[in-house]
Ligand binder design. Structure first.
Ligand SMILES: [Zn+2]
Length: 959
């Protein structure tokens, strides 16, 4: 009789109960996952180091590193890692010079960089079996082992006292994981005794080493190693240490102790890990804190959250970033949660990160440069700091760099990503079976059944780029064991056959168990049909993202990879500039998925095997800010009069530039142009930036967001002002008044009017206003005779004895930087010269230069709007268009004139800086107009260059 045993009944609840699934999947809009039900005999706990008494056994067990070998696209990524940052960063990182590192030479310094990098290197050496990588790691390990002191301490001597006089154990956490992985694939007998001595040393300390600094919120990582060692030694002191860690480290049970993205990605698991000591209810705490953070700040596709690098309360837009460290730590957390809880939803979460955000974090063709943050919406990757609070960090985080010092943690830490995923594709089970927890092309070799047979399962699939998985069993003799296959949460109608015969299935997220006697050549065919799904992000203005199976899709934006460092270097660094419009909203309708036929690197625009078409329209007012950061989303649906276009979408992981959270098109609500707000007065506890923060208040007493008030001015005449980056054409304005009747002394004003800034610099009321409403709980809209201006203001007369405020102020306006048909001179700010044609030529490919403003006809240009804020720029003398030589996308390429043949280099955009000066951006290169060498001379060549803020990139229009 087949013995069917519920794991939770047999060996205790490892996790997964009422909370499972619904909370895990909140961040990616899935259904409820139910924990795996093990169908075999769980009395042994499994072949691979089940926990001895003192820890609750887990449904899944990690196979030794290297048991699973990648094939197909995954092997390709690992091979790029081998010669990229993960395997070869010691060629460029000064932290990784072995002779200079305190980890092998305790008199020297050392902290987290070497442990981070060795953890990834060990994983890569483990899963690839690459002899050179293993030899490189072995040299490090030999050096590290030799530093161990009689009391168990090892590594940089200074770490013994660097944390308030006691040891800083944080950098040891990744180091212990590196040594574990090494031990798993090598069997080196020095490691278990070494870790035992070290953790015994760790256990001699009291609260102060657990409740300080980075380690305080990251002890889950250490707890995992304590358990690993306990499974191998059964040393009772390790349980004391586990208890101490839980008692003294940061409280994640009913609290989020850190809003730092990496801290949280690592640390939220602590209660669930500690639950294995006996209090199963603690598992729910990890689910709850995860749901809190992901549900609030993870309101976009890709699986991460807005933490760049700390979470900020109201910065939840998809332009916010998630640190590369956060991606790989979250993946590791989800992999461990998968093993401990048996909840399939964590594997869904890990796949989401691995297939979408992880490949987006680095330059895809060489894996030799990466960036600090990945954003769901990101339209330019450059190395300029963003100074207007776009991100929590002030340093430049977006260009693909080696970043040894600028990024530091991320490139050292990145390497665990793909190897750890590979090591967790297949898991051993507590009933001596195997589980396909995640899918990718690979082969796994493991011991199964009772007493134990070594089998090899060959998994053929292109997953996530295809939905069929074929698993062929290799075994020396027939062997009975249960095989578990995860059904992803997005899959409602899977089919599974064994040797062609269908087996019973369920919809995801779930595991399907097949418990039988397997023979060599048996084949399991899994079909996971994917359907296109749209997810609506209520927390980000009802924006939508589009997914197909485990892949989320992004707008395909043209990319100009601009080399940043010496072209001869074998370690290239890059900026990435957009070479097409990206400001699109999607129309409801069908999405067409296409196989591209490409067979290259799937995480590149040219190599992705999948693409999608969608219908959309440009939203002209949606622009990058003055520092080339995509501006934040506004509530959908959004009105657009632009033509409907067929857009091309590609998997997010293949798009270095991307829009992944889209506005939807519809209705009559305009997208607000960015404007700089100011006011006659603002209460110190309020902010003028609340005026156009971009939400719809629920009432005039909506206190959910920061607001603007004139408090404590009573009965006065006050104003608020918007200044636009370019001249605009405005047609209406809407004010949502703040009114705290019953709570305070702010009321709607006695009266108000709208004024515009005139060409002469004065203020004038708009003509023929439709009315100035002072009602509550709704926008008060005034329409007026369209006006061209650079600024508007609301002038309000407050009621006697009362103050007032505005929750949101909307203006219907479009950019109007030029007068149609007018001829302009285009003057350079740095040189004071104007744009001209060399020798007043009328020929194609004549160079465009700067020259003193002397009135010749070749100094006159006309800007013709062609839609979506793109202009052609026509020379009056020649009739030819401003163009870039040979359609080049390189820095310093000469700008020329050419006849109108529709090529992309003939289109330019004016990026206003609010002071009358513009950067003139080329569509084909993403670069801006500048003067070669910043020359101030007559006849100096005008060129294109990456927008790096120099004064020769600023121009103004003179009539
Ligand atoms: Zn980092």
């Amino acid at each position: 009789m087949e013995r069917r045993t519920l794991l939770r009944g047999a060996i205790g609840v490892a996790g997964g109960f009422a909370l499972a699934g619904q909370a895990v999947t909140a961040g990616w809009a899935g259904g409820a996952g139910t924990p795996v039900t093990l169908v075999g005999d769980t009395s042994s706990g499994g072949h691979y180091f089940p926990y001895p008494a003192g820890l609750t056994r887990t449904p899944f067990l990690k196979l030794p590193s290297g048991s699973t070998r990648a094939a197909g696209w995954l092997a390709q990524q690992l091979d790029l890692d081998r010669t990229g940052i993960a395997g070869a960063y010691d060629e460029v990182s000064h932290f990784l010079v072995r002779a200079d590192s305190g980890w092998t030479n305790p008199a020297r310094g050392g902290w987290e960089e070497v442990p981070y990098w060795l953890r990834g290197l060990a994983g890569l050496a483990g899963v690839t079996g690459d002899a050179a990588l293993r030899a490189k790691l072995r040299l490090w390990v030999d050096g590290i082992v030799a530093t161990q002191q009689p009391d168990g301490f090892f590594g940089p001597g200074a770490l013994r006292t660097s944390l308030g006089g006691g040891p800083d154990f944080w950098p040891y956490m990744p180091m212990l994981q590196a040594l574990r992985t090494y031990q798993e694939y090598s069997g080196d007998t020095r490691i278990v005794p070494m870790l035992t001595r070290f953790l015994r040393y760790q256990n001699t300390f009291g609260a102060s080493v657990f409740n300080q600094s980075w380690g305080r919120v990251r002890w889950a990582t250490n707890l995992d190693s304590v358990y690993w060692l306990f499974a191998r030694t059964g040393e009772p002191f390790l349980l004391d240490l586990a208890d101490k860690i839980h008692r003294y480290s940061a409280n994640y049970v009913d609290n989020v102790p850190s809003y730092h993205n990496v801290d949280f990605a690592q640390g939220f698991t602590e209660p669930a890990y500690y639950a294995l000591r006996g209090d199963a209810s603690l598992t729910g705490a990890s689910y709850r804190t995860y749901a809190t953070v992901q549900g609030t700040w993870g309101q976009f596709a890709g699986g991460g959250f807005a933490g760049d690098e700390n979470i900020r309360t109201y910065q939840r837009d998809p332009r916010q970033g998630f640190e590369t460290c956060g991606i790989v730590e979250y993946m590791q957390s989800f992999e461990t949660m998968t093993r401990f809880t048996g909840d399939p939803s964590w594997a869904d979460g890990c796949e989401t990160l691995a297939f979408n955000s992880l490949p987006a974090a680095l330059e895809p063709t060489g894996h030799r440069s990466l960036h600090y943050i990945v954003s769901a919406n990101s339209v330019q990757l450059d190395n300029r700091p963003k100074t207007q609070g776009q991100f929590q960090n002030g340093f430049a985080m977006q260009a693909f760099l080696q970043g040894v010092d600028q990024y530091r943690c991320c490139p050292h830490n990145y390497g665990q990503g793909w190897p750890y995923l590979t090591d967790n594709l297949w898991l051993a089970t507590a009933d001596r079976g195997l589980a396909a927890a995640m899918y990718a092309p690979c082969t796994v070799t493991a011991t199964v059944g009772s007493p134990g047979t070594t089998v090899t399962l060959t998994e053929q699939t292109s997953y996530p780029f295809g939905g069929t998985v074929s698993i062929r069993i290799g075994t020396p003799a027939p062997v009975a064991f249960p095989l578990y296959l995860r059904i992803p949460l997005w899959c409602s109608n899977p089919t599974i056959t064994v040797n062609g015969t269908a087996v019973a299935v369920v919809a995801g997220p779930a595991y399907v168990a097949i418990n039988r006697t397997w023979r060599a050549g048996d084949t399991v065919a899994v079909t996971l049909p994917a359907t296109v799904r749209t997810t609506t992000w209520a927390g980000n203005g009802q924006s939508i993202s589009v997914s197909n199976g485990p892949l989320t899709y992004s707008l395909r934006i043209g990319q100009n990879f601009v080399r940043r460092n010496d072209p001869a270097s074998t370690w290239p660094e890059w900026s990435v500039l957009p070479t097409s419009s990206w400001n699109y909203g999607l129309l409801p309708g069908t999405f067409g998925v296409q196989n591209t036929g490409a067979t290259g690197n799937p995480f590149t625009l040219d190599g992705t095997p999948l693409a999608m078409t969608a219908q959309g329209r440009a939203i002209g007012n949606w622009q990058a800010d003055g520092e080339n950061v995509v501006s934040t989303l506004q509530p959908s649906p959004v009105a657009s009069a632009e033509p409907t276009e067929t857009l091309r979408l590609v998997p997010m992981g293949a798009a270095s530039l991307r829009i992944t959270s889209f506005p939807t098109i519809g209705g009559d609500r305009d997208w607000q142009l960015p404007a700089t707000p100011s006011a006659s007065h603002c209460f110190a506890g309020d902010t003028v930036t609340a005026l156009n923060s971009g939400y719809d208040p629920s009432s005039s007493y909506d206190t959910s967001r920061p607001r603007f008030t004139w408090w404590d001015h009573l009965g006065t005449s006050e104003w608020t002002r918007y200044t636009f980056a370019t001249p605009v054409r405005a047609t209406s304005a809407s004010v949502y008044w703040f009114d705290d009747t019953g709570h305070g002394s702010c009321r709607t004003p006695a009266s108000w009017r709208l004024e515009y800034l005139t060409d002469a610099g004065g203020w004038a009321p708009v003509a023929q206003p439709s009315g100035y409403g002072t009602g509550v709980d709704a926008y008060q809209t005034v329409r007026f005779t369209p006006v061209a201006t650079t600024a508007l203001r609301v002038v309000a007369q407050l009621r006697p004895g009362y103050s007032g405020g505005i929750l949101q102020w909307r203006v219907a306006a479009t950019p109007a930087p030029v007068t149609p048909g007018a001829w302009y001179r285009i003057q350079n700010r740095h040189a004071g010269k104007v744009l001209a044609v060399s020798g007043m030529s009328t020929g194609d490919s004549a160079n465009v230069v700067q020259f003193a403003d002397n009135g010749t006809a070749d100094h006159n240009w006309r800007l013709d709007h062609t839609g979506n804020n793109w202009y052609t720029i026509v020379n009056q003398h020649s009739g030819l268009l401003l163009a870039v030589a040979n359609m080049s996308r390189a820095n310093s390429t000469p700008v020329q004139q050419y006849h109108d043949n529709g090529s992309a280099d003939h289109y330019w955009q004016l990026a206003g800086d609010g002071d009358g000066w513009y950067r003139v951006r080329n569509r084909n290169s993403g670069m801006v107009l500048g003067v070669d060498g910043m020359s101030t001379a007559d006849g100096a060549q005008v060129v294109q260059y990456e927008d790096n803020g120099t004064a020769d990139h600023q121009w103004r229009l003179l009539r």
